[in-house]
Design a protein around this ligand. Structure first.
Ligand code: URA
Length: 192
């Protein structure tokens, strides 16, 4: 397992898949690297590619605001990153070989962070982390415990921008995530 600096260096010099050829910035991740909570999206969009940070575009702002209204702040309470660290042109879904090339970096990040909760944002992240047989509409909001992590999935915030009807379910999922986070905090406080 690489330490943060080495891992970052590898990612910034990565050309394991074609996405490296067209990127402006490699989008590593953002937030508290010691957080108990990690959100994982699909891949950077145009804004993220330009700025070099994840979830800073319209969908990212929606998510950030929703989490802040639950008293969860990026710099303090969670870390956020993506399955792929470089932008697929025209925001297409990453190809499987691109996901596979990038996943070891994400695994290394998660191993360094050691979060208690992992939240997959959308079908791509969910498919990569929970399995290709998981379906976002059917399985969002479910919790599984794997390798010491509590893992769940909810809609990608861009899906909420496209379809307002998904908003109540998205909100319900975020509130459940908040509740799980509190539960874990209580357990931690008792232990220490
Ligand atoms: N969508 C994602 O999946 N990730 C980002 O960083 C931005 C938009």
């Amino acid at each position: 397992m690489l330490k943060w600096r080495e891992l970052y260096e590898q990612c910034i010099n990565c050309n394991k898949c074609g996405l490296g050829d067209s990127r402006i910035n490699m989008v590593f991740g953002d937030g508290n690297p010691k957080a108990d909570l990690v959100f994982i999206g699909e891949a950077p969009g145009a804004d993220e590619d330009r700025i070099g940070l994840p979830f800073v575009g319209k969908a990212g702002k929606l998510l950030t605001k929703a989490l802040e209204s639950l008293d969860l702040y990026r710099k303090k309470d969670y870390y956020i990153c993506n399955i792929c660290k470089c932008r697929p042109k025209n925001n297409r879904t990453p190809y499987e070989d691109e996901e596979k090339a990038c996943l070891p970096y994400l695994r290394n990040q998660v191993a360094l962070i050691k979060p208690k909760i992992i939240v997959c944002l959308g079908a791509t992240a969910m498919g990569c982390i929970l399995g290709k047989d998981w379906r976002i509409t059917r399985d969002r909001g479910k919790w599984v415990e794997r390798k010491g992590f509590y893992i769940t999935a909810t809609f990608h915030p861009s899906a909420i921008l496209r379809d307002e009807n998904k908003k109540p379910l998205f909100w319900q999922d975020l509130k459940n995530i908040r509740r799980k986070y509190e539960e874990i905090f209580e357990i931690k406080n008792i232990d220490t």
